[in-house]
Design a protein around this ligand. Structure first.
Ligand code: CUA
Length: 159
């Protein structure tokens, strides 16, 4: 069989790329242990209520961290705990959330906060609430019959 020199080169390049590609996928899947890359912290989804910080949902003042408060949420079909929270205006807040059952969304309307909550994983987002007012937390992942009823409220108040 006669093959063009150029054709041969391209065949080698093609096969090499494929091998490199498969190796990369295999190696990275191995190293990450098949976790979604954005959620590296895990939690036992069956014992969410017993594990820190999810044993105490709500707003907590923290010391010695890059943020002033931690706002902990536990989601389940079809609600968030806490259902309502007051946050001081200008506070730097780390939102820490997980779900007890299926995948839920965590979108705070009018802000950049938009997370997916997956069972077994902890989703985090640090932000500063610079505008007073009421913010609606909504679920943007379809999670069942009560999906559209699933919401929570963040009230940013001047202190
Ligand atoms: Cu929870 Cu949709």
């Amino acid at each position: 069989m006669h093959m063009h020199k150029l054709e041969k080169i391209w065949l080698i390049v093609g096969v090499s790329c494929l091998v490199l590609f498969l190796t990369t996928i295999g190696v990275s899947a191995f190293y990450l242990g098949n976790k979604p890359p954005s959620c590296l912290t895990t939690v036992d989804p069956d014992k969410v209520d017993q594990q820190k910080p999810f044993d105490k949902p709500g707003l907590h003042k923290v010391e010695g961290k890059d943020w002033d408060y931690e706002l902990v949420y536990v989601a389940q079909a079809f609600s968030y705990n806490p259902a309502q929270v007051k946050v001081p205006l200008g506070a730097k807040v780390k939102v820490i959330a997980t779900t007890k059952d299926v995948i839920h969304g965590f979108e705070v309307a009018g802000t950049n906060i938009n997370m997916m909550l997956e069972p077994g994983y902890v989703s985090e987002y640090t932000t500063t609430f610079n505008k007073a007012g009421e913010y609606l937390v909504v679920c943007n992942e379809y999670c069942g019959s009560g999906h559209h009823l699933m919401f929570s409220k963040i009230e940013v108040v001047k202190q």
